[in-house]
Design a binder for this molecule. Sequence first.
Ligand SMILES: Cc1cc2nc3c(=O)[nH]c(=O)nc-3n(C[C@H](O)[C@H](O)[C@H](O)COP(=O)(O)O)c2cc1C
Length: 492
Amino acid sequence: MKRLKKRILLIPAVFVILAALCVYLFFGAKQTDTDTDIQVGENGTRSLIVYFTRSGNITAEEAEDTDAVSSASMMANDGSTEFAAYKLQQVTGADMFEIRTARMYRSAFWGTAATSFLEELLDTRPALAAYPDSLEKYDVIYVGYPIWWFNAPMAVGSFLEHYNLTGKTVVPFCTAQDNGIDVSMEYIREVSQGADVSDGYRFTAGTTEEDIRNWLEKIGISVKESVQEEDRTPDGEEQAMVGERQEAAVPADITAGTQSQRGFLNDNTLHSSIGDIHYSSYIPESYDGSEPYALFITLPGWEGLHFQGVGANMVEDFGTESINYNDRMIVLSTQLDDWGEVSADHAITLTEYFLEHYNIDPDKVYLHGMSGGGETGSLVMGKRPDLYTAYLMTSSQWDGDLDTLAEAGTPVYMAIAENDSYYGSGSLKEAYEKLKTIYEKQGLSEEEINRLLVLDVKEDSYFMERGFRDQHAGGQAFAHDETVMGWLFGEH
Ligand SMILES: Cc1cc2nc3c(=O)[nH]c(=O)nc-3n(C[C@H](O)[C@H](O)[C@H](O)COP(=O)(O)O)c2cc1C
């Protein structure tokens, strides 16, 4: 009788344990990044890279361990699918979208392993955090994923089955510890109804651009074909308008660009005395030279250098967001040659040129620099701070001469993550303290110093709340922060 009682009590206990396990495995934290936007690649591309990577689907602490720097704007080759996707984008110029599950996997390896094992066993399709509205404009869809349990993660099926893929080409690629991509091909074919599925490719940390090109050639995808030639030149009314409107005021030393991206004409060249300076520009339609306009120059970080591709600097949002603060402002985004002296001189020359050849209000000349561009901006501040009304630097370190800056007294705002994964926050804290001391020696009051100098160190939560897992690439969030951007374009 006692035994029977024990057994009867055991049943609910087992039930409770199983229920708790299910909750643990299938109810991880809610995904914070629910952005449905597709990251835009080359102008007019008809290819999309969608990829799934573990670090994007587990909680942040673990993601930082497995994926130290996890954004295309500052990418480390860690052999992950995210990096494979990034390499593929370099070759194809395709647009990009990251698949994220609505609920994150447990960050402990065995937690991810158990959930994904059960998902596969039960052939489930986990709910996703976001789906782009339409894939209609794409002919080729590259699908990247890590091999999980001798297959693709089930979330890849959740994504592909969501769309009508009839007539499209699906091109799988993967990363894995041991297996080849062949183990997942049957599943990818099954979930790509109506599409032509090409032979897949397994990326490793050593995969080169040439390897990628050879594979694409083998499966009959010409990289040039995937970016339609006619779409590389200005297409549609908007681009023609951008071209025309900027042509009217272009001085002789400038070769105006012909390609536009996100409303910017992005392949302009200034033939200056110190060499060619490449930059993107936004000149408001209303500008006709009769009235002074403000000038804003934003110096981008990774992907903003000229050799990384014309217009690649448009991955950052500082230029596009700045337009919301002043509709009578010319915005330039440089494509520089380094993050050092050469580029600092380029930025200065470009500023001087615009001051001379355009009708610019010298009291409204703003500079910004992100990451490596921030370092360049700090060098500019150490050389010609007098040219600028204010300087905003985000997610960077200070390299420039502080005494020259302090002499001019140009206001500076330094925004950085406490735990910036690339620079840390030490350099800006130190620069802040040194500059503050110089100003104190100049006899400035605390109030005066606070007007000239702001150090804004953000906790991890600032970035997490805005959907950024990485504290350095998360500097992009400052472009959308009205306090930060509002300071730059406010009263000085
Ligand atoms: C849950 C889980 C299951 C895995 N199963 C396999 C497998 O069956 N075969 C294999 O070669 N690698 C397997 N791996 C290793 C991953 O495929 C490999 O580490 C991959 O490069 C990770 O890419 P990611 O960092 O983009 O997520 C597995 C990894 C995890 C987390």
